[in-house]
Structure formats: C-alpha cells, structure tokens
Design a protein around this ligand. Structure first.
Ligand code: NAP
Length: 415
C-alpha cells in the first residue's frame, strides 16, 4: 500500500448527517483500513469489486486509505493512530480488513478499541447460505439469521488484571474481605459489566431491524441461569424494551401460546429467549426456527462463528459494527497470518461486508449485484482453497482471481 498519509482523495464527497438522517452522496469517500496478515490480500480485491458494483449501478466509491495495525505502527509509530479514529468519525464509515491481536499480553485488541471509542455498539452479522456453497449440513439453505452482538460491554470491556499484579491483589483482597467471596490467591481477575442502557439499545436496534426488514422473530440469547445479574438482566431488559417500546408490533413467545394458540398475529414479530448453550445446539437442530438473534458480547462471538460453520465457514461471513450514524464494516474472520501474502484466502467475507455497507447506504441494487455475482462464481465452481477442499471437481483459484471472476459475473448480470 502506498499511503499519502491521511490525504483524502480529490474526488468524491463526505457522508453527512442531515435532519437526523444519513445523507449519502453519489460518490462517497470511504476510508479503508487494509488490515494485517491476509488483509493485504483481500482488501485490494474488495476495493476493486465494490467500486465496480457502485459504478455499474450509477454511483462510485472513492477509497481513502488510512493506516492501522502493522501499517499504522510502521508509518506513525502507533498501531491505532488517533487520526485514523478521527477520520472514521469524520467520514462516518470505513471498510476494514482484519487486525492482528497478540494473545496473553502485548497491546489491547485494536478491533475492540475501535468499536469502543467510536461507540459502534451493535455488531451485526448476517449468516445466510450462498447457493453452491459446500456445507456439513443437510439443509444449509435453512440458515438465514442476523446476529446482533453487543459490542461495548461484557468481558470484552477489557477490565482485567494480571495474576499477581498489585491491582489484582487489591481487587481480590476487597472481594474476599468485604464481599464474602472465596477467590484463590494469585488469580487473574476480569470484570463483566453489563448495563441497562447498552443492553436496551442493542435489543432496540435488533427489534427495529426485524420490523423494517420483515423478519419473523428476535431471540434474546443469554446465560442468565448462571450469571443472573448480567446475562439474566440482559434478557429482562430485552423483554422490557420490547414490551414498552414495541408493544403493538411484538408478541412474546409465552403470550403467543397462551393467547394466540401459537399463531403469530398479522404484522407482529415474536420475541423469545434461549440459554446460550441450548442455542448453540438449536442452531444446528432447529435452524429454521431462528431469525434475528440479540446477544451480549461473548455469546455473540461464539455463536457467530458456530453459525458461520454451517454455511461455508469464516471465509464467507461478513460483519458490520454500527453506532448511531456511523458504521465500520469488516469480515468476521481474523488476519489468518499463516496465509498472509499468499494470494490464497477467500475474499468473500470482506466483499459481503462491503454489501452491508451498501445496504447502510440504501444501495440495495449494488449489494444484490455483488452477492449474486459471488453466488454465480461459486456455482461455476471457481473457488478459493477453503471451499475447494470441500467440493468435488472445483477449480482452485487465487484470492485475486476470484475477485476478477466476480467482476466478470457482474458484467454478465448487469442489463
Ligand atoms: P482467523 O484469522 O479468523 O483464522 C482462523 C482460520 O479461519 C484460518 O486458519 C482459516 O482456516 C480460516 N480463515 C480465516 N480467514 C479466512 C479467509 N479469508 N478465507 C478462508 N478461510 C479463512 O483467526 P485466528 O487465527 O484465531 O486469529 C488470527 C489473528 O486475527 C489474531 O491476532 C486475532 O486476534 C485476529 N482477529 C482479528 C479479527 C478482526 O480484525 N476483527 C477477528 C478475529 C481475529 P483454515 O486454517 O482451516 O484454512
């Protein structure tokens, strides 16, 4: 990547907020973080394919490269330069490749930091089947869920202290002495905060989405049987927001059976809840019964990857991190360092993340064009290694070749 540091493109316009609504110009300037590891393989493909889809539907995208991760460190001495955060705030959106996070030490996750400082409180991960995609399931086409994962709280809030540190010792002493706990000396300690405010705004967003998009149900997924005052509270706050703010548009599962004989009243969606471990098995055994899911942070992380496995894996699973009038779009997968620079991995997840950005712009035709062209390419059995190893008689293509084939298919699909 050649970067004129923080120099926006000369053409295109900024996305703005007017009268409480996003105003999207015909040629928006979109900041892009290339990402670490395989980010360097998939990001250039995403930029070409998405720009072409925008052009074929009468618009354009003006990419604005901004640094983070290893590139950020090399160019500015910081993994997450303040100016990168400011730029996303100013331009309202960004497309992001994956960023590497060291395990058990080093710096804090840049992904988590970005979500928190920009208050991108809803991580939205649609999980749906692309025709032709190999799957371990008998009916992968039954999978059509949209996961709303809370992004700013729970154990991911990053409040934890290393075993043996003065901070951990202080917290342990307080808990053991003042709060009647019996925690082993020398334990590492983490805190799991979950607030009414953050839980409600996440569930509110999931409910609005379900109603706007004509979905059937919202399921609150929690571990409230064990963690009663955090996960259990998430469930209770979720039902509260549903009953208090969407009374005329929802029916709870309990009322559905008590008052409506199991028939969903016209124009309403069902609100239900499931315990997270049960949900993990119901994802597989009763897939068609679930639609939009709303979850606290850690459950949401596990369940998104498990759901992704049913429809082709992480290489095809997109994501959006949304705040009020701001969106950061990124694949669910990480930087897969062992494949970095091999032009090998599947760019589908970042391409589909771009389609979520197009939906955020209400460019539904551009989003559909990319999705259909990806599907067409998979049906033609030209696939990257991850899909190739699962199908008979496929043609193995590189990451960049897959992108070119998707672009060829877009030409064919455009009248
Ligand atoms: P990962 O990078 O997601 O890779 C795990 C496995 O998923 C890979 O080994 C590969 O499976 C498959 N995979 C990932 N990306 C793929 C793609 N584009 N196409 C096809 N298959 C793909 O997870 P990780 O190894 O646990 O994490 C690596 C680094 O990424 C860590 O530093 C982690 O913190 C970071 N991370 C970043 C984000 C983010 O930026 N939002 C998210 C998650 C993880 P096979 O080996 O079976 O082929």
């Amino acid at each position: 990547m050649t970067l004129q540091l923080f120099e926006p493109p000369h053409e295109g316009d900024k996305i703005t907020v007017r009268a409480g609504k996003l105003s999207i110009p015909r040629e928006p300037i979109v900041p892009q973080i290339e990402g670490d590891g395989t980010g360097k393989d998939i990001s250039p493909v995403a930029k070409d394919v998405l720009r072409k889809a925008a052009r074929l539907t009468g618009r354009d995208v003006r990419w604005f490269d901004i640094p983070a991760g290893e590139t950020g460190f090399t160019l500015t001495g910081q993994h997450l330069p303040e100016k990168t955060i400011e730029t996303i705030r100013e331009y309202k959106v960004a497309l992001k490749g994956p960023l590497t996070t060291p395990v058990a030490g080093g710096f804090r996750s840049l992904n988590v930091t970005l979500r928190q400082v920009l208050d991108l409180y809803a991580c939205v991960r649609p999980v749906f089947y692309l025709r032709g995609m190999p799957s371990p399931m008998k009916h992968p086409e039954h999978m059509d869920m949209v996961i709303f994962r809370e992004n700013t709280e729970d154990v991911y809030a990053g409040i934890e202290w290393r075993s043996g540190s003065p901070e951990a010792e202080k917290v342990l002493e307080f808990l053991n002495r003042e709060m009647g706990c019996h925690i082993r000396p020398g334990s590492g300690v983490g805190v799991k905060p979950m607030s009414e405010y953050a839980s409600k705004r996440l569930v509110r967003r999931a409910l609005r989405y379900a109603l706007d998009r004509g979905r059937r149900s919202v399921t609150l997924v929690h571990k409230g049987n064990i963690m009663k005052y955090t996960e259990g509270a998430f469930r209770d706050w979720g039902y509260e927001v549903a009953r208090e703010e969407f009374r005329d548009r929802i029916v709870t599962e309990e009322d559905l059976w008590k008052q409506h004989g199991g028939e969903v009243p016209t124009g309403k969606i069902v609100v239900k809840d499931r315990i997270a471990d049960n949900m993990l098995q119901q994802l597989i055994t009763r897939t068609p019964e679930y639609d939009v899911l709303a979850l606290p942070n850690l459950n949401g992380d596990y369940i998104s990857d498990a759901a992704a496995a049913q429809i082709g894996g992480l290489g095809v699973s997109p994501g959006a991190n949304l705040g009020d009038f701001i969106g950061l779009f990124e694949p669910t997968h990480g930087s897969a360092p062992k494949y970095a620079g091999l032009d090998k991995v599947n760019p589908t997840a970042i391409l589909l993340s771009g389609t979520l950005m197009f939906e955020f712009f209400e460019w539904f035709d551009a989003a559909n064009l990319v999705r259909k062209a990806i599907e067409e390419t998979i049906l033609q059995k030209s696939v990257t290694y991850d899909v190739h190893r699962q199908i008979q008689g496929g043609k193995l293509v590189k990451c960049s070749e897959f992108g070119k084939l998707v672009m060829d298919n877009m030409d064919t699909l455009t009248p």
